[in-house]
Design a protein around this ligand. Sequence first.
Ligand SMILES: NC(=O)c1ccc[n+]([C@@H]2O[C@H](COP(=O)([O-])OP(=O)(O)OC[C@H]3O[C@@H](n4cnc5c(N)ncnc54)[C@H](O)[C@@H]3O)[C@@H](O)[C@H]2O)c1
Length: 333
Amino acid sequence: MKTAVMGSGGWGTALALDLLENGHDVTLWSYQEEESKVLRETGENPMLKGVPLPETLALTSDLSCVKGCKVVVLATPSFAVRSTARSLKAVLDPGTVVVSVSKGIEKDTSLTLTDAIGAELGPDYPVVALCGPSHAEEVGRRIPTAVVSASKDQKAAEMVQDLFMNERFRVYTSPDIVGVELGAALKNIIALCAGCCDGMGFGDNTKAALMTRGLTEIARLGVAMGGRRETFAGLTGVGDLIVTCTSMHSRNRRCGILIGQGVPVQEAVKQIGAVVEGYYATATGKALAEKMGVEMPITEAAYAVLYEGKDPRKVLTELMTRAKKHEIEDSWL
Ligand SMILES: NC(=O)c1ccc[n+]([C@@H]2O[C@H](COP(=O)([O-])OP(=O)(O)OC[C@H]3O[C@@H](n4cnc5c(N)ncnc54)[C@H](O)[C@@H]3O)[C@@H](O)[C@H]2O)c1
C-alpha cells in the first residue's frame, strides 16, 4: 500500500521502517530539506543511531508525496500537527486515512490532536490515533512493542492495525480515541515530574507514588472528557506511564532530571535537543483541567515549577502536605 510518514524525527522514522518491513511503499517526509539531505547522505537518522535506512525508503521534503496514498501518518511535534494537516489538505486524496502518532493537546483550543486534524480536513478523512508505550529507539531496533490504534471509525482503526502489525509490533484497536489520546499526552507531565524527583535524589517510593497518583488525576480528567476509565489501565494509560517514567530513552524524564538537578527550565528543554512534549502538555493539561473543573494537583505543581519558577523541593513538600484524602474517591459514600 502507498503510504507517507510526515515528520522524519525519531518516531516518524521508526514507524516508516515498520511499514517498510511490512512490505508497504513508504515515503518519509522531512519538514526541512536539510533533514532529508542528512538522512540521504548518512543513511541513518541521528535520533536512531545504528539503525540503517534501507534504500527502498523514499526520502523527500515535498508535500505532494501524499498524493495517491491510502494512509498518511502525521509524526510532527504536537504544536505542528494542525499546520501540517492544513498544508496537506490541498494535496490529500479524499478518503485517505490520517494517523496521528504525536502526543499532546492543542495549545489554544485544548483539542485532542485528532480533533484538530478533523477540524482542518473535515469529515472526508477518517482519523486514527496510534499510541502506546513505544520508544522510537526500541521500535527502530525491532524490540517487541504493543500499541493501540484508536478511532471512532472501526474500519479505519482495523486498517491501521493491519498496516503496522507484525511479529515485533503488536497493535490493538480501541473505539476510545479520547481516552487513548489524553493518556498519551498527559503521561508526559508525570514523566517530567518523575525525572525531577530522580534529579533531586528521591527514591523508588516517590516515583511509585507520583506515577500512581498521576494516573489517578489523568483518568479523572480523561473520564470528565468522555474517555473510558478502563483505557487508563491499558497500554496508553498505565503502559505508557511506566515506559516514560522509568526509561532513559524518555526525553521528558531526562529533562525532568536536569531540572531536579538545578538546571534552569529553558536550558534543560534546550539541552534535550528534541521536542519535550511534557513541557507543553503541562500548560495545556492545566488549562483543560481548569476548564473542566477537575482537580489535578500534580499537574498544577509541575506548572508551578516549569512556568512560574518555583523550587521543585518546595512544590513536592506542598504536595505531600495537602489536606488528607481517601485514596478511592467515593470511599464510604
Ligand atoms: N520519540 C519517540 O519515542 C516517540 C514515541 C511515540 C510518540 N512520539 C511522539 O511523536 C511526535 C514526534 O516525536 P519525535 O520523537 O519524532 O520528535 P523529534 O523531535 O525527533 O522530531 C520531530 C520532527 O518534526 C519536525 N518539525 C519540527 N517543527 C515542525 C513544523 N513546524 N512542522 C512540521 N514538522 C516539524 C522536525 O523537523 C522533526 O523532523 C511527538 O509528539 C512525540 O511525543 C514520540
